[in-house]
Design a protein around this ligand. Structure first.
Ligand code: G6P
Length: 367
């Protein structure tokens, strides 16, 4: 059946509002709410002994995979290599016997990702895919598939499929951590509980759009925008920049907060908004001090943080958007939503084609 926009102005707006339900459905698929234990279906490899995981994807799916990399290294202690599929397919990296490949794709049809899938199968890796479309080519050709339950996504810029990918990758990392004996039952329960709260937090974010809209009015006037994040928020900074470019045609760059001083700081002046993803947690002070350096050079810092981080950022930031307080483990999922909303509102202000940006395709099925 054809999917309609309902009462929404754009598919993207509708799909943004589907975050809570999609995240809930996707998380509940792999978390037992009673025991708060992760229950993954049978996988094509044993995470307890897998020597290495090679992660690959394109576009936003690659950025979700990058967050997955941080999670798998952190809570499962698995060596992970990751690269965009268009690079990985020609890199020919050394791959260990019994290694695993993990591919992420909304459509399951992206040409470069599919090429990596076939190549890594040939190289005798156990291929697991995270896809949104059942019976897609990647679903059919992988040794195993975990489905995101995002439903059809029509807007070219990924929204709910992206956060659903994050939800699957997060539960996967926790499940892997348990099977490797590096994550305790208590830690697992604490982190799955934090994940299960995300859908409700997402709903709260979607109800309070005024601050993001105010930010969008500032960003819409800019020619260049810098997004900064550290740790698992770094890929979300990249995603913020990618979304803004795609939807509003404003030049944006995502940067690891600590790398700013190695280049982008030269660009900073009154005309370049610096959008920071800076939740409280072990890396907060580090990122905050990078932002302070930007402010000291006349940069207009606009930060997404939580209650705990807000007061210290307000000392120098032009705008601070306070998100619900969550465990740092789930912060990238929550921060992804306002970053998508920001790009959406800027595009609406600029009058660009939100659902079908120029030159872009929903699925790129040619190399
Ligand atoms: C295109 C889309 C992006 C998407 C990427 C990967 O570039 O415009 O939104 O992230 O392809 O697509 P996939 O279907 O593999 O996730």
């Amino acid at each position: 059946a054809a999917v309609g926009k309902g009462n929404y102005r754009h598919f993207m707006e509708k799909e943004l509002h589907e975050h809570p339900i999609v995240l809930g459905d996707t998380l509940r698929q792999h978390i037992d709410p009673a025991s708060r234990a992760v229950a993954l279906p049978p996988l094509p490899f044993d995470p307890a002994v897998v020597p290495k995981i090679t992660l690959s994807a394109c576009g936003s799916a690659f950025l979700a995979a990058q967050v997955g990399r941080y999670w798998m290294e952190q809570v499962a202690r698995i060596p992970v290599d990751s690269d965009v599929a268009s690079e990985l397919r020609y890199r020919d990296p050394p791959l260990p016997e019994g290694g695993a490949a993990l591919l992420v794709s909304q459509s399951g049809e992206t040409a470069d990702t599919l090429a990596v899938l076939r190549l890594l199968k040939q190289r005798r890796q156990h291929v697991l895919s995270v896809v949104n479309v059942a019976e897609s080519t990647m679903d059919r050709e992988s040794h195993g598939t975990l489905l995101t339950i995002a439903g059809p996504e029509i807007g070219v810029a990924s929204t709910k499929a992206f956060t659903a990918q994050l939800a699957v990758l997060a539960t996967m990392a926790l499940g892997f951590g348990r099977s490797r004996g590096v994550l305790s039952v208590q830690e697992e329960a604490r982190l799955t509980a934090a994940l299960l709260e995300v859908p409700a937090h997402a709903a709260t974010l979607l109800e309070h759009t005024e601050e993001v809209q105010a930010l969008a009015r500032q960003v819409a006037m800019a020619k260049d925008v810098l997004f900064l994040g550290r740790g698992s928020l770094y890929p979300i900074a990249l995603e913020g920049a990618l979304k803004l470019k795609e939807l509003s045609y404003i030049h944006a760059e995502g940067y690891a907060a600590g790398e700013m001083k190695h280049g982008p700081i030269a660009l900073i002046d009154q005309d370049v908004p610096v959008i920071a993803l800076c939740p409280s947690g072990p890396l907060f002070e580090k990122t905050a001090s990078n932002l302070q350096e930007a402010a000291a050079r006349g940069g207009r810092v606009m930060a997404f943080t939580d209650q705990e981080g807000a007061s210290s950022l307000r000392r120098f930031a032009e705008a601070v958007v306070v998100l619900p307080t969550v465990d740092p483990f789930v912060a990238p999922i929550l921060h992804a939503i306002p970053v998508q909303m920001l790009a959406y509102h800027v595009a609406v202000l600029k009058g660009t084609d939100v659902d079908q940006p120029r030159n872009l395709a929903k699925a790129v099925t040619v190399e």
